[in-house]
Design a protein around this ligand. Structure first.
Ligand code: AMP
Ligand code: GLY
Length: 428
């Protein structure tokens, strides 16, 4: 099998690494990829960017690939998966219509209501007066979400009514601006990825992400600063419950609407005292959670995604998972999640991976006259496995400490509360 992976981040690096390790996969091509991915796959440029469906089809045909795997949300929402399928090539990733589960928070809420999926109360607002009424009806803490794609940065959670209104005003000022004002959901967050073929659902193992830029979950939201898996503190029946109450009803509702969901249904959950509630849907693998989930997946990934793309997921074998613990720590550039400084030299990657207990996945990197430099907000994702969470953390941070990147920052507390046994679900 020959596979083309679309995207440039550490998530795509993790996907390429796992696909290349599948004995049935003979070649992996990545577009545009990055210097880290280039070690495991042939990287091809995409001059028009990852949203250019015609260029993706041309690449897929030129390399005679059997399967295209689309990493990020923007090309999915732009219809790249539709273009690939229209050319008769199997694609792992939802159609533009189905990707609206991520692309529009109000659409996601509508589908959740129709499928009776447990989620927070939400009000879709188009005027500031509606927002003010919704804030008062739901009370603090206030949650205000921009309706469209915002790279994880469109959500403000605050006790400050003025700040909530200000964010809503900024979102409403955009063309077609709409916001969702939502009930605050208390409890630890979990990310669960479900592989879907339009009909069947195969859940992966849950992971936890760290969204805020600062330690102790302070500061603004980011794309994600680190992750770990497994979640020893989570209820044993969690995955089964979420498949039964969330994933399968959502996939069934999308099929009923004539827009079947093929790809990764990423369910962001809060485990509240009243049970799991959906915080958000995404239509793709999460970054950085994918880095730890795939680090533990022992079943060949290429065959699994091919079965999903072909509508034959019911034939997939039961997934096998390593019992080991995986931790990833994101190294971010100066000023991220604000406008990141780029072009800084990156050193120490060989030393970071030298003892074989950790590896470095590339996100925002590029080569500048042969030297590796930063090229984005999240630059690297350092992954380690260990027999215990403590060991995995220790190995990940030992590797991070070998890396030098001027002005960079990372959180030192990824998975720390879990290691200390301080994460728990509020009692019912
Ligand atoms: P989203 O883009 O919807 O995933 O939101 C980003 C982050 O904002 C989530 O990971 C949560 O940490 C937080 N968040 C979103 N919605 C809520 C909610 N209803 N209650 C509490 N926190 C939320
Ligand atoms: N880590 C969360 C996301 O990928 O949106």
């Amino acid at each position: 099998m020959r596979i083309l992976v679309i995207g440039t981040g550490a998530r795509e690096h993790a996907l390429v690494k796992a696909l290349a390790a599948d004995p049935e996969v003979e070649a992996v091509i990545a577009a545009p990829g990055n210097p880290g991915i280039a070690a495991a796959a042939l990287c091809e440029p995409l001059a028009g960017g990852v949203d250019d469906g015609a260029a993706v089809v041309e690449l897929a045909q030129r390399h005679a690939v059997d399967l295209v795997v689309v990493g990020p949300e923007a090309p999915l929402v732009a219809g790249v998966a539709d273009a690939v399928r229209a050319a008769g090539i199997a694609c792992y990733g939802p159609s533009a219509e189905a990707a609206r589960l991520e692309g529009s928070k109000s659409f996601a809420k509508e589908v959740m209501a129709a499928a009776e999926v447990p989620t927070g109360l939400g009000h879709v607002c188009t005027t500031i007066e509606e927002v003010a009424d919704a804030l008062d009806a739901l009370g603090a803490p206030h949650v205000v979400k921009e309706d469209g794609l915002a790279a994880g940065k469109g959500v403000v959670v605050t006790d400050d009514r003025e700040a909530a209104l200000e964010h809503a005003r900024a979102c409403l000022a955009k063309e077609g601006g709409r916001v969702v004002v939502e009930e605050f959901l208390d409890g630890p967050e979990v990310s669960l990825f479900c592989i879907c073929d339009g009909e069947s659902v195969v859940p992966l193992t849950p992971a936890q992400d760290f969204k805020r830029v600062g330690e102790d979950d302070t500061g603004p939201n980011t794309g994600g600063m680190g992750a770990y898996s497994p979640l020893d503190w989570a209820p044993a029946a969690l995955v089964e419950e979420v498949v039964a109450r969330v994933a399968q009803p959502t996939v069934d509702e999308m099929a009923r609407r004539g827009t079947p969901f093929v790809g990764t249904l990423f369910i962001g959950l809060a485990l509240t005292s009243r049970g799991p509630r959906v915080i958000e849907f995404n239509a793709r693998f999460g970054d950085p959670e994918t880095q730890v989930v795939l680090a533990r997946l022992e079943t060949p990934l290429g065959q699994l995604l091919a079965l999903a793309a072909e509508g034959r997921l019911a034939q997939a074998p039961a997934l096998r998972w390593s019992p080991r613990h995986a931790v990833t720590v994101v190294v971010a550039s100066h000023n991220y999640p604000g406008t990141p400084r780029t072009g800084d030299p990156i050193e120490g990657l060989d030393a970071a991976a030298a003892d074989g207990t950790a590896y470095v996945l590339h996100a925002g990197t590029r080569l500048d006259e042969g030297a590796l430099v930063s090229a984005g907000g999240r630059v690297l994702s350092v992954v380690a496995l260990g027999d215990t969470l403590a060991e995995a953390r220790e190995r990940a941070y030992a590797a991070v400490d070998q890396i030098s990147l001027e002005g960079s920052h990372h959180r030192r507390d990824i998975a720390l509360k879990a290691e200390r046994g301080e994460v728990s679900v509020p009692s019912r």
